[in-house]
Write a protein that binds this ligand. Structure first.
Ligand code: BG6
Length: 465
């Protein structure tokens, strides 16, 4: 078996605008949901006051420092960088007829800089943020009008960047709306299941219309969806646990099923019936949903377990997704269970289910770190984590799974999403910035920087198998 990854396999990293750019009011940008959530996607909404502090206001100042970061990515050999566009930079309130030219121009500069380094952009249209005006004035995705606003935004960027961006994603971790409704669909955290699924329906329709627009406007581009790959195993081999795991996995696979097959599956219709969920739809939704994605992208950090025994589940639930922990796995400092083999399993499951190319657009290890006396960060734990996951990607390739690439999450330290922590660092590149806002923002290479560079340069031949 050849040890190298295929020539066309894309290697790189992934960022999100609200976690990296900063410049939260610069060049006409409007406030976004992220700007109103200083404690992260699970925190409360806090109205902005003059002089208040949100670590994301500056984040890692990627808005001004992108040339330096991109040159460091190029030094590692990246062939792809996943970024997102902050919708509120282009449509500050969300409902404008015309986009903000200064916002458009900044992304032009970003894509030009990537092109100079032969790094392909992979662009997420909506990564955990939307213009706050759409929440305040329209009630978020609960309102059907959001479909029109999103389509306008999507058509604007497809038209503007048609020669610069050939790989697109619609909504980041679209299934997270079930856990973080404000971030996902711009509605209150205590919304009912009917309200959440109604908003999700509008977003799925918008996703279909974005796929349609992308195909029309950039025929040589490819557009994918983006799922949080929340793989769940049965806690035991009891048939009821096995079925519980199947059902729990369907809670997130449902999104992929709609985006890949173009219609709602039977199991979700049954769930809606049993929960008395009735969605308001329009006849045109059927056509919109029929525009299926070209590829499936997903994040993968951990796996978990599911059980039919409700009291067990209550007792054991742990991490952000309320998964039941797996007794056979170790965890990160944040309780995320590390499971490289799960990535191979998931790749095979998604390939068998959809028969569409897959793209791992997030994977990584968050850790507390500070430079040692020599100013070095010897992050062997991160090297082990990435190594072991990439070995499983290689196994999946050999299983016959079609995989477009791997973009490591947060190749440069950035603000974490769940709790807006700067101290949860993922990077191969250290950023001197701290939770209280102190620090010079200076970048420095960690040990993993050189390791990842060698992996990319050898197309995976230097991985320890
Ligand atoms: C994914 C998101 O959920 O996981 C990213 O798409 C996020 O935005 C990443 O940063 C890691 O989560 P966290 O909370 O550690 O930043």
């Amino acid at each position: 078996m050849k040890s190298e990854f295929p020539q066309e396999f894309l290697w790189g990293g992934a960022l999100a605008a609200n976690q990296a750019e900063g410049a939260y009011r610069e060049d006409g940008k409007g406030l976004s949901t992220s700007d109103m959530l200083p404690q992260g996607i699970f925190g409360p909404v806090v109205a902005r006051q003059p002089g208040d502090f949100n670590i994301k206001d500056i984040a890692i100042d990627f808005y001004h420092r992108y040339p330096e970061d991109i040159s460091l990515f190029a030094e590692m050999g990246f062939t792809c960088l996943r970024v997102s566009i902050a919708w509120a930079r282009l449509f500050p309130q969300g409902d404008e007829q015309q986009p903000n030219e200064a916002g458009l121009a900044w992304y032009d500069k970003l894509f030009d800089e990537l092109a100079r380094h032969h790094i392909q952009p992979l662009v997420t249209l909506s990564h955990y943020e939307m213009p706050w005006g759409l929440v305040q004035n329209y009630g978020g995705w609960a309102n059907r009008q959001l479909i029109t606003f999103f389509e306008r935004y999507a058509r604007t960027v497809f038209t503007r960047y048609r020669d610069k961006v050939k790989l697109w994603l619609t909504f980041n971790e679209i299934n997270m709306s079930l856990h973080a409704p404000l971030t996902g669909v711009g509605i209150r955290g205590d919304a009912s299941q009917t309200e959440i699924y109604q908003a999700i329906h509008h977003q799925l329709v918008a996703s279909g219309l974005a796929v349609k627009a992308c195909h029309e406007l950039i025929p040589d581009a490819r557009i994918g969806n983006m799922l949080l790959g929340g793989l769940l195993y049965p806690l035991t081999c009891k048939p009821d646990d096995v079925f519980a795991a199947l059902q729990e996995n369907r809670r997130w696979l449902f999104f992929g099923d709609v985006q890949c097959r173009g219609r709602y599956p039977g199991y979700i219709k049954r769930y809606f019936r049993e929960q008395n969920i009735t969605l308001r739809t329009e006849p045109t939704d059927v056509e919109a949903l029929s525009h299926t994605v070209d590829f499936v992208s997903f994040s993968y950090y951990m796996s978990g377990c599911a059980t039919a025994d409700a009291s067990q589940a209550e007792k054991l639930r742990g991490n952000i997704l309320d998964m039941v922990p797996n007794p056979y796995l170790d965890s990160s400092e944040w309780g995320w269970q590390i499971d490289p083999v799960g990535l191979r399993t998931l790749l095979n499951i998604l390939w068998d289910r959809y028969q569409k190319p897959l793209f791992i657009v997030e994977n990584g290890l968050g850790a507390r770190e500070k430079p040692d006396a020599d100013g070095q960060i010897n992050d062997d734990y991160r090297i082990r984590y990435v190594n072991d996951h990439l070995v499983q990607v290689w196994e999946a390739l050999n299983d016959g799974v079609e995989i477009m690439g791997y973009t490591y999450w947060g190749p440069v330290d950035l603000v974490s999403a769940s709790k807006a922590e700067m101290e949860k660092r993922y990077g191969f590149i250290y950023v001197d910035r701290h939770q209280d806002g102190s620090g010079t923002l200076k970048r420095s290479r960690k040990k993993s920087f050189y390791w990842y560079r060698d992996v990319i340069n050898s197309r995976g031949a230097t991985l320890s198998r």
